[in-house]
Design a protein around this ligand. Sequence first.
Ligand code: GSH
Length: 217
Amino acid sequence: MTITITAFERSPDGGMGLARDTRVRWALEEAGLPYDVRYVSFQAMKEPAHLRLHPFGQIPTYEEGDLALFETGAIVFHIADRHAGLFPTDADARARAVMWMFAALNSVEPCILELVIARFQEGDRPWTPERLPLVKERIRQRLGQLATRLGDAEWLDGGFSAGDLMMVSVLLRARPSGMLDEFPSLAAYVARGEARPAYQRAFADQLEANTGVRPAG
Ligand SMILES: N[C@@H](CCC(=O)N[C@@H](CS)C(=O)NCC(=O)O)C(=O)O
């Protein structure tokens, strides 16, 4: 059955791979599933046709036959649930992989997003200089806790799973601020994720869609 996802017609990050379609592309690549992409403009995302698929007028969405999904957590879970490669077979290990997906989206991504909003959407507000250090401190605290748990392990819980896919995707959003590099073990963890062939394909595809250029290799 054909899978179709949506992505920005032109991503605000210019193809850095930070738009959330990249994590869905990555999951599809890990699972070895072909897919189509429908590119939508900011205006089209807020129009009825897209709002029927995504009530909040955002990307990405996922369509497969009669099934239509939004929210990257639900989409990646669905892919991992139905196809090999992203969830361990052991039931307890699988539950922990799901836990890490939730942790990425619920306990790590919000503070990173807060910084993105503080810098790019509210950067001109008079209170921003006072607020930024507080926002950054919350990120530092969370990344420090995560680094402690990761220790010198390769992945969060044994082998690579959808939990790592989501955590790496979320951490990548902290890199432009320089804060990821304050935690060398997390930076190395992210680099391991980026080195996976499935990530490389996903990244190259979104880069080409945004810039017309395909990275060498
Ligand atoms: N929680 C959602 C967030 C979706 C989201 O924020 N998408 C961004 C792109 S990465 C978007 O469409 N932004 C445009 C907008 O909100 O108007 C998910 O994980 O899918």
